[in-house]
Structures are given as C-alpha cells and as structure tokens.
Design a protein around this ligand. Structure first.
Ligand SMILES: Cc1cc2nc3c(=O)[nH]c(=O)nc-3n(C[C@H](O)[C@H](O)[C@H](O)COP(=O)(O)O)c2cc1C
Ligand SMILES: [Mn+2]
Length: 467
C-alpha cells in the first residue's frame, strides 16, 4: 500500500501540543536542515548526520522525499545537548536538575478514546510495515532497521507499563527480528510470559514528542511507568489512546504505531547491527515480533534515530544516565561541579570536575563514580576551572596536573558492558586518573579577562555569520 507523500505540515488538531509535529513547528529555523533533493532512504540519513558531525553541526535533519516510499524522515533530534535541554525547558547546565525534578514528581497519563494516530489503520494480510521508510544505516547491518521504535508493554503480573527501545529488523511484511540484549524490563516481562507459554503484547511507537523519547531512554524502577516521567517533563498528563488489537495504550498524537506480539519461546537469527560502540555486533537475544495492526497519522512523518556511534544515539541514552549519576554522586561529593561522558569514549569514559577542599577527594569521587556505573572504564577527575565538556581542556589538565606514578589507580577484573569488544567474559579493568592540582599549588593559570572576551565576542558576532 502506498502512503500519500507530504510536505511538512503541522496541523493544530487533536493532541498537537504533545506531538513530534508541535516540537518541529517551534524549532528555530536554523536548527532544521530540510533536504528536498530526491535521495535514497538507505544510508542517506546516516551519511548526512555523520557528515554534519564532521563539520561540527547538529541540526535536526528532515528528508522530504526519501525513496522509494516518499514518506518524510526526520532524524538527529537528539544530536546536541542544548536541544535536549530545551526539550525539557532548560539550558544544558540545568538538565540534570530538571530531570531529577521530573523523576521525583511523576504525572500519570490520561486515556482518551480517539487520537490522530488512528487517522489510518490496517490489519490482516494487506499489512506491510515495509511501506514506511525503515532504512539501512550501516553496510554491515543485516537489513532495514527501526531504531526509534519505543516498545510499550505491560508487566504481566502488575500491569505496570514499560517503555524502552529495542532495535527491530524488518524481516517480512508483518515480521521483525528483535534484540532485548540490555536485559531490561521488557526482557523480564517476556521471560515471565514464556514460563506461561504466552506471547507478550507490544506496541511499537514511532514519532512522538521528544520528551517521550527521553523518558523511554530512562532506567527507572520497574514499578515506574515511563509515561509518568514524560508527563512530568511536559508538565501535564500525556494523552493516550487504547490500541486496537492489544491491551496497551499509546500517545494519541504518535506518527506510527505497530501493534503486535513478541513470540514466546521462539527465536531466529537477528543482526548484525551497528551498535553504539562503533562496531557491528552479532550479539542478539534473537526474538521475533509479529504484527497484528498498523496505524498512522495523515501525512505521516517517520522518525529515525541514527544508531551506531552517532552523537544522537549516545546522547539519548546518556542524558538520563548522566543526570542520574551526577545527582547520586553529588549527594556524596557535594563539591562536584560537572560530569560528562565524552563522545570519544562511547559510554565507557567519564570526566568529572570538582572544587577540591581536601586531598583524596578526587579518588573518593572516582571510586564512587565507577561503582555507580558499571559501563565506565576510564574516569578522569579535574578541577572546577577545567571544562569537562571540552576534551582538549581535560587532556591539557592531564598534561599539566597529572603524574602517572602517583595519580592513578586501576580496579582489575570488574563487571562491565559486554558490547565492549575488548571485554573479557563480561569483565574489564577500570582506570581512574586524578588530574586535579595539589591543594595550595603555587601555579597560576594564564587567563584573558572575561570582559575582554565579551567585548570581542560582540565584535565577531557582527563580522562572522554562521553558514
Ligand atoms: C536509541 C536506543 C536504542 C536502543 N536499542 C536497544 C536494543 O536494541 N536492545 C536493548 O536491549 N536495549 C536497547 N537500548 C537500551 C534500552 O532501551 C534502555 O536501556 C531502556 O532505558 C531500558 O528500559 P527499561 O529500564 O524500562 O528496561 C536502546 C537505547 C536507545 C536510547
Ligand atoms: Mn522500565
């Protein structure tokens, strides 16, 4: 079945405030790169975002007519920290607090009978998920993958909803391969269903207001419904509609919903897939997702998340994690001032800054940090005058405030993430570096007065226009 190709149109209909379209409509023009050339869906989104990253640019990318479907693709929504912070109504420096506030003040959703997600629906033999521009991202990928699909399901015992991402490999008109490799809540739900010989009902939601994407990326307790976190981030209850064929609820203004089941006790090959480590991986739980129904909005927009080692894939997973780790660490180390997982280290490196008031505090903070997040393999502590978001400054602090015979320690043989190709049977060594200066250090940093910088910034702003 062919869908109607459409230009980007932002209606004012039902639930628009909570939709992907409402977010795109209020995006400043310079943050949206529209590509109206005729391009192939396969590889183009990945290549464009990677090339933009090489040029240190991170706009939202909108492919107006990717072939063969002609359905628009939006991608790179999560390509930079400042935009992610703006999604939750703050600046990059305020994200951790805003996130923690939302976790502490959840707002449960409301169910409404109808929503624009049901503008079009189809069931039965004429269903074909391949009509959407589900694309290939990397040469090594086994096929076309949905990377942005939020899998919504319910705990089979308590009924508490769960939202998380699991890659989906298009295998047939109504069939996908899935990997629940991070052993999250959905994996647990499926295990319990399998013991009863029952399939797990799942709705795959594609194209929603980005705070719902952020909430789905969060690791919260299994008693917490991630929709409540999305509501808290939006400041109002999410409007949900019941699915048509399964007992699951989905955002009323979602672009696309695939209703179906993860099959109990059936497995088949899935992958390889380009993972966040930057490597193509064969690791997979080899699950199968079979469709019962497809719904989509008029003039639908397909949302793609560039997988692999892209900034957006890393930042989407990392922003909630950074906020969690920062807030926990700050409880124990009140003079912590900043924390960053640099892109260069995928999820395995972390830099922290602190206003040291006693010797040994950096080592205490580094020990706690590596205990809080088992992914971390390298942790570096610097003083508060060093910008942990500027990798060059962190390396400069290493060059000038660090001595390798006294300022490091290694934790051997620790639990780690198995996707690290250098891991040994799920364990790895952890390296902690203290690049803070000794207290009372008799060395002064050469600085330009801030007033002079502000002055030249004004001059440059009038002379240099960004292209
Ligand atoms: C873009 C993206 C893709 C992801 N893909 C997968 C995946 O294919 N399989 C998986 O098990 N986890 C994947 N994850 C990780 C989980 O979705 C994530 O850890 C989630 O928070 C787990 O939710 P839970 O705590 O409710 O189980 C992905 C995360 C992101 C942000
Ligand atoms: Mn969960």
């Amino acid at each position: 079945m062919a869908l109607e190709p459409s230009p980007l149109s932002f209606g004012s209909g039902h639930n628009e405030i909570q939709s992907l379209r409402s977010f795109l409509a209020q995006l400043p023009e310079h943050e949206l790169l529209r590509v109206d050339d005729t391009v192939e869906a396969d590889y183009t989104a990945t290549a464009l975002v990677m090339e933009l990253e090489n040029r240190q640019r991170s706009p939202v990318v909108f492919l107006e007519t990717p072939m063969p479907s002609g359905i628009p693709i939006v991608t790179n929504l999560f390509g930079c920290r400042e935009r992610i912070a703006a999604m939750v109504g703050t600046h990059a420096s305020g994200f951790n607090e805003a996130w923690s506030h939302a976790l502490a003040n959840p707002i449960p959703p409301e169910i409404t009978p109808t929503g624009s997600v049901h503008d079009n629906s189809i069931e039965g033999p004429s269903m074909d998920a391949g009509m959407f521009p589900i694309c290939r991202h990397f040469e090594g990928d086994a096929g076309r993958y949905i990377s942005s699909g939020i899998l919504v399901c319910k705990d089979p015992d308590t009924g508490v909803r769960n939202l998380s991402y699991q890659r989906l490999q298009l295998k047939g008109k109504d069939r996908f391969g899935a990997s629940l490799h991070s052993r999250g809540h959905i994996w647990e739900h499926l295990k319990r269903c399998e013991e009863l010989g029952k399939n797990l009902e799942v709705a795959v939601v594609i194209g929603v207001h980005p705070v719902i994407n952020l909430a789905a990326a969060a690791k919260v307790a299994k008693e917490v419904d991630e929709y409540d976190i999305a509501g808290a981030l939006l400041g109002e209850p999410l409007q949900l509609v019941p699915c048509r064929t399964i007992d699951v609820e989905v955002p009323a203004g979602a672009e696309i919903v695939l209703e179906g089941e993860l099959l109990a006790n059936e497995n088949e090959d899935e992958g390889p897939f380009g993972e966040y480590t930057g490597y193509s991986t064969h690791r997979s739980t080899r699950n199968i997702f079979v469709l019962k129904s497809i719904s989509w909005r008029n003039n639908t927009i397909y949302h793609d998340i560039i997988p692999g080692y892209s900034s957006e894939h890393l930042l989407l997973g990392r922003s909630p994690r950074e906020a969690f780790v920062y807030m926990r660490l700050k409880e124990m180390v009140p003079n912590l001032t900043a924390l960053n997982y640099p892109r260069s280290g995928t999820h395995f490196h972390c830099y922290i800054a602190l206003k040291k008031s006693a010797e040994g505090q950096a080592n205490q903070a580094l020990t706690l940090l590596m205990g809080l997040d088992s992914y971390i393999k390298l942790a570096i502590a610097v003083d508060a005058d060093v910008d942990v978001f500027n990798e060059q400054e962190v390396l400069w602090a290493m060059a000038t405030r660090f001595q390798a015979d006294t300022d490091l320690f290694v934790v051997p043989n620790s639990f780690c993430n198995r996707l690290d190709p250098s891991a040994r049977d799920g364990t790895s060594a952890k390296l902690a570096l203290d690049a803070t200066a000794p207290l009372g250090w008799d060395v002064e940093r050469a600085v330009v007065p801030p007033t002079a910088i502000e002055h030249v910034q004004k001059i440059l702003d009038t002379k240099i226009t960004q292209t």
